[in-house]
Design a protein around this ligand. Structure first.
Ligand code: AKB
Length: 311
């Protein structure tokens, strides 16, 4: 069961799992309907991630074994609605941790984020274990969630697994309310208008990843033998790091007239509080994580596919 299946990660995760296991083995759910492909490809249930009874009803009805809890309010929207973000991000997690504790599901995936880090964290090659003093509500909720995941594993044997996602870039589904979203929007604006106004300033390097890599990491982590999972809070996960001018350069290789301007807004402060690169050697050593896409590979793939889609 995927909760939050109509969202940026949920949509692609759902189609990957359906290709792998068969459409009817994967139950999509969200508070709102998803795109036509998602709705037509297999079972879909309207479920509010805050509603424990509704989740349990689907779990029992479909005999769910694994749950991916992908519903969340991200960093930028979270700063506008702090209590809403806190309530959604924590209640949705507790709802599924409880089901796992009661033995009603076998395995749980819950996404964490580089937002668990803060301005006092070492900025380059941020290690797995380090100072974590997040300054956003989203980051505080992710750090707290990590502690609870580890607690439920240690105390009740819950098989919960998690990754600290970097900024995720997809051309298939739009992101919503994140600080790293500019790196998705830039491709659409490059093809449509040949220019982009970035809400992060030049030199703001952040850890990023192509969605295909993130989906593979998620499913690989869930399928790894339990004894290989040594971190039960959340694993650092990394592929590439770049600043707005670097992604702009990679786009110029395909669209030579493309130009970028900078008009930083409130999201600059959030980006400045996060690491610029991540050391994910524990994920690589423990369960064999390897990314595939570099910035150049990702840009080529996205531009090729958006051109086909827009033709
Ligand atoms: C955000 O920008 O809020 C997210 C994240 C890094 O978790 N993409």
């Amino acid at each position: 069961m995927i909760i939050g299946a109509s969202g940026q990660i949920g949509t692609e995760l759902c189609s990957y799992l359906r290709d792998k296991y068969g459409s009817h083995k994967v139950i999509a759910s969200d508070i709102r309907e998803g795109d036509d492909d998602l709705m037509e490809a297999g079972p879909f249930e309207i479920v509010d991630a805050m509603d424990a009874e509704a989740i349990e009803d689907v779990v029992i009805r479909y005999e769910i074994t694994d749950v991916y809890m992908m519903a969340a309010m991200l960093s930028a929207t979270g700063e506008k609605f702090p209590m809403k973000a806190w309530n959604l991000n924590m209640t949705s997690l507790f709802n599924v941790l409880k089901l796992a504790k009661e033995g009603k599901i076998e395995k749980l995936f819950w996404p964490s984020s580089i937002a668990v880090f803060g301005p006092s964290t070492p900025k380059h090659d941020t290690p797995q274990q380090t100072i974590m003093e997040p300054t956003t509500v989203y980051g505080i909720s992710k750090q707290t969630g990590e502690r609870w995941c580890e607690y439920y594993h240690r105390k009740y044997g819950v098989d919960v697994r998690s990754l600290r996602y970097p900024g995720l870039i997809s051309y298939k589904t739009p992101p919503g309310g994140g600080t790293t979203d500019y790196a998705v929007d830039i491709y659409h604006k490059a093809l449509k208008h040949g220019r982009y106004v970035s809400f992060l300033k030049e030199g703001t390097a952040l850890p990023m990843m192509f969605m295909d890599d993130a989906i593979r990491a998620t499913v690989d982590l869930m399928e790894a033998p339990a004894e290989k999972i040594k971190v039960r809070s959340a694993y650092n996960l990394s592929a590439m790091s770049f600043a707005p001018e670097e992604i702009a350069e990679s786009i110029k290789a395909h669209i030579p007239d493309f130009s970028i301007e900078y008009e930083p807004d409130f999201r600059q402060e959030i980006a400045d509080s996060w690491p610029s690169s991540i050391d994910d050697s524990e994920a690589r050593n423990d369960w064999g994580w390897q990314h595939e896409y570099s910035l150049a590979d990702m840009t080529a793939e996205i531009i090729k596919n958006l051109k086909i889609r827009n033709a």
